[in-house]
Ligand binder design. Sequence first.
Ligand code: MEV
Length: 319
Amino acid sequence: MPSVSATAPAKIILLGEHAVVYGQPAIALPVSDVRARAAITANPLGKPEEIEIISKRVHLRTFLSDLTPDHALPRLFDRFRLECGIPKLPAMAITISSDIPIAAGMGSGAAVSVALLKALGLFVGVTFSISQLASMAFESEKAYHGNPSGIDNTVIAYESPIFFKRDEPVNFFSILSEFTLVIANSGIPAKTIETVSAVRKRYEENPQVIAALHEQIGKLVEKARQYLEYGALTKLGETCNQNHSLLQELGVSTPLLDELVTAARLAGAYGAKLTGGGGGGNIIALVDENKVSTVEQALLEAGAVQVFSTRIRKISQNV
Ligand code: MEV
């Protein structure tokens, strides 16, 4: 039976989460060594639109038609059929797997969507541009997040560092000096949908104060882009620390995330902050290669349930 498969990376937000929902810029990086996969096998005996979906990790074994229309997968398929102009898809079995921690601010849902869209494209023989993939994956993000900025699906589809502003063309930048990010999971699920709506509530109650915090975050993101381009890692670390303080003021950090951030800094990180929606999930620490194991150890001792590191490579955009 013909069978195809595709993958997509995890992501982290280096700076700018939450403020990005309100039009401020943010910087996101792909984490290519942690990935989601989708494999599709044709079912020549099945009827059109008989689409079985299996994901052992989330204990899902279902037919697409049995999911409610507001679920992320039917939304994704609706958009896919529209985009490729095939109203009825052939029968198939889809197996989804992933190494990306769930509810940890690493874009697990968006990565599954992008991997699935790439595999579906291969399966029906339609080639999509990266921007089409990003825009289709946005459909399922709306089901996961309510009011997503679009940063997760974009960085995952491009698999490249991005400087992102809502509703604007995606921007790329150079990274002059390599560095390592240590990623530590607090073990508490990130509640992005809840933290995004909590920030919205605070914004509605106190628009000037919250808008000012968002603007300060936006300014840090602009500076951070320059520090990445000049290879100023100490400065970049400081902006991460400042961004974390502003996220605390927005009310999306937790005592455990704060403890992890402090532990990473005391162990010698250039800087550390929560990443993604907050309320749980991961923190990131910007570290020099020779400090990685010390920072990882300090994070485990401070209560992280999982730590791993990813190397952010130099990249030249020739701009
Ligand atoms: C989630 O990865 C980042 C948030 O800024 C939400 C979004 O941008 O959609 C918290």
